[in-house]
Design a protein around this ligand. Structure first.
Ligand code: FES
Length: 236
């Protein structure tokens, strides 16, 4: 495990049990970063390989224990994908000259995890990754609560959020049993308002992003006296 990482400090309520327990006992020498599972500080020597295009390293996803390959693809782009070969589960090597090879049966993948040569038939599982100056972020789940103001459970979201992979659909419900009607808005990767829907606050709210471009989008849940921002990430 790369020692210079930290875990996200916000977890979905629905994921708190598994994520929280999985993280117990993991040293956290790096700085915590809200909303991201892994933060990689590129100013630290062990991570400096990611400052150069083509550089790559393994990190462990704290919530799942999955060994993930993180690659610097360009000055502004990084990729993260599982190192578990989709053929038969061997660990794929770090990419060399843009090609990651599986030592077991020779499958090859690109430096973004796309299968190039069998026997593997499918891409390596992708995770959302981004670079911001000297920090790289990697997320195991593309949805997290990033801001909460005026909500009744101070510091702990009152929203239960569950996500269905594949179709980018979220289900929202209040966990304190009260009905708080409001509005749910979808804001795209450029901060533009895309759509809004009324929520009676009583029944489960089901919302879908539709086909979003790669990057972050936001769900803003507004109720009387407060709001919750939920960060979603499209890895399309
Ligand atoms: Fe990777 Fe067979 S397990 S090619």
């Amino acid at each position: 495990m790369n020692p210079y990482i930290s875990r996200r400090t916000f977890c979905l309520r629905t994921a708190q049990a598994s994520v929280g327990f999985a993280l117990t006992g993991i040293p956290l020498p790096g700085s915590a970063s809200a909303g991201h599972e892994i933060t990689i500080d590129l100013t630290l020597g062990a991570n400096s390989v990611l400052t150069s295009t083509g550089g790559a390293l393994y990190v462990i996803m704290p919530s799942t224990g999955t060994k993930v390959i993180v690659v610097r693809n360009s000055e502004t782009e990084v990729s993260a994908f599982s190192s578990v070969c989709t053929h038969n589960g061997c660990q794929v090597d770090l990419p060399v000259s843009g090609i990651a090879t599986c030592p077991c049966h020779g499958a090859r993948f690109s430096d973004t995890g796309v299968v190039l040569k069998g026997p593997a038939a499918s891409d390596l599982r992708k995770y959302y990754a981004s670079v911001d100056g000297t920090v790289v972020y990697v997320d195991s789940d593309p949805v997290s609560v990033i801001k909460e103001q005026g909500m009744p459970e101070n510091g702990n979201t009152a929203l239960a959020v569950s996500r269905y992979r594949g179709n980018e659909t979220l289900n929202l419900s209040w966990t304190d049993g009260t009905a708080k009607p409001g509005t749910v808005s979808l804001i795209d990767v450029k901060g533009r308002h895309v759509s809004s829907m009324k929520w009676d606050g009583r029944n489960t709210c089901t919302i879908a992003t539709g086909k979003m471009p790669r990057g972050e989008y936001i769900f803003k849940v507004s109720v009387a006296g407060g709001e919750v921002l939920i960060r979603g990430v499209s890895i399309n």
